[in-house]
Design a binder for this molecule. Sequence first.
Ligand code: ZN
Length: 156
Amino acid sequence: MASELNGILHILDQEEKYKEQSVLIGCTESRVPQFALDLGKIEKARTESVLKGTFVDLRKAFFLLDGKDAPLLSKAQGLLRWHSTHLYCSRTGRRTHKNMSGSKRICSSEEITYYPQVSPVIIVLVSDGAHCLLARQKLFPPGMYSALAGFCDIGN
Ligand SMILES: [Zn+2]
């Protein structure tokens, strides 16, 4: 997997150090580590051409995945987004640095460690056995509905 990624980065003219931005998102059943890397920072058209694929909206991508890949993609997106939005220390304003696996960020000036926020969530499927109650938001694409879901935040 790492050699495959190195080959892709080479073809895309990206330095190998780009993969240092990757984060560990899990391991396969045979204990092969799985990493995520945001390829969206590389030229989109060229990346699609090299990988013979197409970037799609993340919500739509979930409909294209099988059951075991969806949680992995969700974890990857959440962790990569957390890293991209926590580049600076909230106490000192200095740059934070990702540890090798991507499980935390550290401010070197005061040895402050930041961990990704985990928010409790809930999703329920209301059913009478034959029918389900679903809802939709205005921003959903046509035909998309969801079970009822929400999250807990401080003060809520
Ligand atoms: Zn700091």
